[in-house]
Design a protein around this ligand. Structure first.
Ligand code: MN
Length: 535
């Protein structure tokens, strides 16, 4: 074929691809497989012969599974130096898009002895349309064959022969360059130009659709009114190679049912959030997916930290940046994914979410190192982490021990039993005196003078004022360092604190919010369990 066609398709002053030159004499024949995000994602298999690279575009990529035959379209010969090409072919050029060296190494005919026989057998195979060869690459090993189909000159089938290297694993999951260690996306990002991002998003979605994971998920009608899977509170973080660790988002848990442009976003209790957070609902509509997502709606402040107060006030103030962090995928394009292991669900999820959207983000995780991750999260003043077993199935509506939450600070609901006089320049009250119910009796758990904004001081005071009464609601009156005005124990608030003292009092309690959704008698001491105890 020579390099004429290669040359005629390209302008070498405009593309970084190599100029059409023949290879200098050498010994072993090389092969290279490029992963190429052009109009469509494909893999280019290139085998060196007679100084050039014989080339085939393989849309679905090579496989080590002998039962799979992959279509391989023969394309023009490429110059020998193309073997080293990795980078971005600029828009407007032939094959525009990014390219990585997915695999490379040497190859030979399976029965040839010596260099001359090798090239002779390969040349004959190519001519006959039945080319047998053995690859010694970094990813691909063993014997393969390329067989020309009858229908035309260019369509071939690439297949793996049965040998010790044959297996059913999906080798394409190893998606990094053997040259740079980069993924196709990373190479595209490093290259200049604006359009590749959307193109890559489309390519990743296609990869997800074709993935073996999705094929393992049964075809079912889309589920409705999902109750999300819940995590069990534990005391301490841990390291475990079988677990992954995500940030615990301080926001509203939200399920998104998406039928293309028709999006229903709702809370744990099936309250619609479409109108509460229109920017999220609109961003989901634009994605136009057929999917059910699980995640958390969060408002992040200027420092990038999730801020629950700003989320609650968002409808009024529109302050902060509203984001939907998505951490699970329950349904996609007709497939029910709840029976797939978590890591496989997240792998598909990562591919179908846009990589650069500002409202909808993939909630990433770290593998194995929960203790270090927890420490970093604590230092940043964030709420905590969620540990998830990497193989966990999605158990709708269950509070599972396959998902565990570890909080940097503990939270506790408390019943307001009274308040002390304000000091300094403060108005309304100094601190709140708090209790929980134990066997129908209110028990003192401490008092908190921190965490109130000016507005909260007033709101709380207005709620407490009509409840003022003489009698102390505790059976035994607690010792406090200031006189207390007692109230009827009705109002519930939530606090964060550093731990319990030996006699059951909260250390460093800080008020976080009123809990008008809770009644006083529901409020008990919340005890985290230990990670390794049985359910
Ligand atoms: Mn290509």
């Amino acid at each position: 074929m020579g390099l004429k066609e290669y040359k005629s398709k390209r302008k070498f002053e405009k593309t970084p691809e190599p100029k059409p030159e023949l290879r200098p004499e050498g010994d072993a024949l090389i092969f290279v497989i490029h992963k190429h995000a052009a109009r469509n994602l494909h893999y280019d298999l290139r085998l060196e012969l007679d100084g050039v690279l014989k080339s085939w575009a393989v849309p679905k990529g090579p496989s080590l599974d002998p039962s799979l035959k992959r279509l391989a379209m023969m394309v023009e010969d490429h110059p020998f130096d193309y073997k080293d090409f990795e980078g971005v072919i600029p828009e407007g050029n032939y094959g525009a898009g990014s390219v990585i060296i997915w695999d490379r190494g040497f190859y030979h005919h399976p029965s040839a002895k010596g260099k001359e026989e090798n090239e002779k057998f390969l040349r004959e195979g190519l001519k006959k349309g039945d080319l047998k060869f053995v690859l010694k690459g970094e990813k691909l090993q063993g014997e393969f064959a390329l067989v020309r189909m009858r229908r035309d000159e260019k369509s071939w089938l690439l297949m793996k022969k049965k040998d010790q290297y044959a297996n059913e694993s999906s080798i394409l999951k190893e998606n990094r360059s053997v040259l740079s260690g980069k993924t196709l996306e990373e190479v595209a990002e490093a290259g200049q130009g604006k359009s590749p991002k959307k193109k890559l998003d489309r390519i990743r979605q296609r990869e997800a659709l074709e993935s073996e994971d999705l094929k393992d998920a049964p075809v079912k009608p889309a589920p409705h009114n999902i109750k999300p899977m819940l995590a069990t509170l534990v005391k301490e973080p841990f390291d475990d190679p079988e677990w992954i660790f995500e940030l615990k988002w301080d926001g509203y848990r939200a399920i998104a049912e998406m039928r293309e442009r028709d999006v229903s976003l709702y809370s744990r209790n099936h309250i619609s959030l479409n109108r509460k957070y229109p920017p999220v609902a609109e961003a989901l509509q634009k994605l136009s997916l057929e999917a059910v997502l699980d995640g958390e709606i969060v408002v992040v402040d200027e420092q990038g930290h999730p801020n629950f107060q700003m989320l609650q006030d968002y409808q009024k103030t529109k302050r902060g940046h509203l984001v939907y962090y998505v951490f699970d995928l329950l349904y996609f394009k007709g497939h029910d994914l709840t029976g797939l292991p978590l890591l496989r669900r997240k792998e598909i999820l990562r591919k179908i979410l846009p990589s650069h959207a500002s409202r909808i983000k993939f909630s990433d995780h770290v593998l194995k190192d929960g203790v270090l991750f927890f420490r970093v999260v604590s230092e940043k003043g964030l709420e905590g982490i969620i540990a998830k077993h990497a193989q966990s199935l999605y158990q709708t509506g269950k509070r599972s021990r396959q998902w565990l939450k570890v909080k940097t600070r503990l939270t506790q609901k408390g019943v307001i039993a009274g308040f002390t006089e304000p000091g300094g320049g403060r108005k309304y009250f100094g601190s709140l005196v708090l209790g929980v119910f134990e066997a129908n009796e209110l028990v003192y758990i401490g008092h908190s003078g921190g965490g109130f904004g000016a507005k909260a001081l007033r709101t709380i005071y207005e709620k407490l004022y009509p409840l003022i009464r003489k009698e102390c609601p505790f059976k035994t009156e607690p010792e406090t360092n200031a006189p207390v005005t007692w109230v009827k124990p009705e109002i519930v608030c939530e606090l964060t604190f550093a731990g319990w003292t030996g006699d059951g009092i909260m250390r460093q309690p800080v008020f976080s919010r009123l809990r008008e959704d809770k009644t006083a008698h529901e409020v008990v001491r919340e005890k985290p369990s230990s990670h390794h105890s049985l359910p």
